[in-house]
Design a protein around this ligand. Structure first.
Ligand SMILES: Cc1ncc(COP(=O)(O)O)c(C=O)c1O
Length: 410
């Protein structure tokens, strides 16, 4: 076998994005045992940092070992029992993912849908909740497939005031876009590490409050071989369907009990801890502002090039800029040339938007000035090579002016 050496890339997709070099370094630390007090101390410190990340006072805040959907799946399969009514308001691909997970949990799933590119007026969702009376409403915060950001607070407030559960996929937004778990009345949430947190994919920080915990605990069953005699007598008929994603067992592992559930992904925890340290050093608010300033430079550059932004609305997701592919331009060919000739990666989209838009992410460590210049320059060059008469030089000059205040002389 040949040694594998990945090429150098500028990654401007909605994830995975470039991992912070400090995180890559943390990944190479030696393995220590999962019950080593040094490691369990790291677990405790990571829990505290995850609480600060989600702006929550919840006791339970820890990562699931798996990609981002494992966090959502853990939350959903621990909360949903067969026959439970679940409402999923859908405005893009990842709403369908929530539906899919809820269905596999045996829920009676009801959906309301928006055309891709739009979001819900919170009143539309709360009206549907009143009509349907679901146990749970599950929604995506930042929909990466369409570059849209769903306002959450009013939906959360309504769910709380009527004693229903509200759960959120914050995979694309956590660590890069304003997100306030407690202030927005979110009962359970999952994030992803490969986007604004700027680590590798494979870990999903989650949190849930005591309202959610109460629902899960009614179904708790600890696996045979590690359970206590007292737990032997528990009623198992309603047990949580998944062993791996059973939050009642996982929280026992993340508590002083240190229940020996799975073998913790040691290196991924090193990575997450370092990512969170980087975030705290920058400061959440400063980090959100940084993402906004790069978004502005990208959007201005795209327009200056003569292109149209697909999601140019007040509900645009700041960390993803979607660009309408001009007529008669080979969408995939442009991306391929950007990657092969310039080492710059952007993304296409899915479903009805496949081939129609490009998605440019500016997330975490990838949200840097030099990356913004690279993506604008490479896109312009590839477009010119594909027969689209982009305004030559305008995109980079516009971004340069935004960053430095310097205007090119005629
Ligand atoms: C909004 C959103 N939710 C969920 C996911 C699923 O994440 P993963 O592929 O890490 O399981 C993604 C991935 O791109 C996403 O953008």
């Amino acid at each position: 076998m040949n040694r594998f050496i990945p090429p150098k890339r500028t990654i401007m997709t909605p994830g995975p994005v470039e991992a912070d070099p400090r995180v890559l370094q943390a990944l190479s630390n030696p393995i220590i045992g999962q019950f080593d007090p040094v490691f369990t101390d790291l677990m405790n410190q990571t829990m505290e940092a995850v609480r600060r990340l989600f702006l929550t006072d919840n006791q339970w805040a820890f990562p699931i070992d798996g990609t981002s959907r494992s966090g959502m799946e853990a939350v959903m399969c621990s909360l949903i029992e067969p026959g439970d009514k679940v409402l999923v308001p859908i405005f893009g691909r990842f709403g369908y993912l929530l539906t899919e997970i809820a269905e596999r949990c045996g829920a009676s799933v009801h959906v309301i849908e928006k055309p891709w590119g739009e979001v819900f007026d919170p009143q539309e969702v709360t009206d549907e909740i009143k009509r349907l009376n679901p146990k749970i409403t599950a929604i995506v915060h930042g929909e990466t497939s369409t570059g849209c950001l769903q306002p959450l607070k009013d939906i959360g407030r309504f769910c709380r005031s009527t004693d229903r559960l509200f759960i959120v996929d914050a995979v694309a937004t956590v660590g890069g876009v304003e997100l306030r778990m407690d202030d927005w009345y979110i009962d359970a949430i999952a994030g992803g590490t490969q986007k604004c947190i700027s680590g590798p994919s494979g870990s999903s920080p989650i949190s849930y409050n005591s309202r959610a915990e109460k629902v899960m605990q009614e179904r708790k069953q600890v696996e045979k071989g590690i359970r206590s005699e007292k737990e032997d007598a528990a009623d198992h008929s309603r047990r949580i369907q998944s062993n791996y994603l059973d939050l009642t067992q996982l929280q026992d592992y993340w508590s002083p009990r240190r229940l020996n559930h799975h073998t913790e992904a040691t290196s991924m925890l090193y990575a997450l801890y370092e990512s969170l340290r980087v975030i705290e050093e920058e400061g959440l608010e400063a980090r959100i502002s940084r993402h906004l300033s790069h978004e502005k430079a990208i959007a201005a550059g795209i327009k200056a090039m003569g292109l149209t932004i697909y999601n140019d609305h007040s509900w645009k997701l700041p960390v993803v800029t979607c660009v309408t592919v001009p007529d008669h331009v080979d969408e995939a060919g442009v991306r391929r040339m950007m990657l092969e000739e310039f080492g710059v990666e952007i993304a296409s989209s899915f479903g009805p938007l496949q081939g129609k838009i490009w998605r440019i992410g500016a997330m975490g460590y990838s949200a840097r000035k030099e990356n913004v210049y690279h993506v604008l320059f490479a896109l312009e060059a590839a477009l010119l090579a594909h027969g689209f008469e982009a305004n030559r030089g305008e995109a980079v000059q516009t971004a340069l002016k935004m960053y430095t205040g310097v205007t090119a002389s005629a």
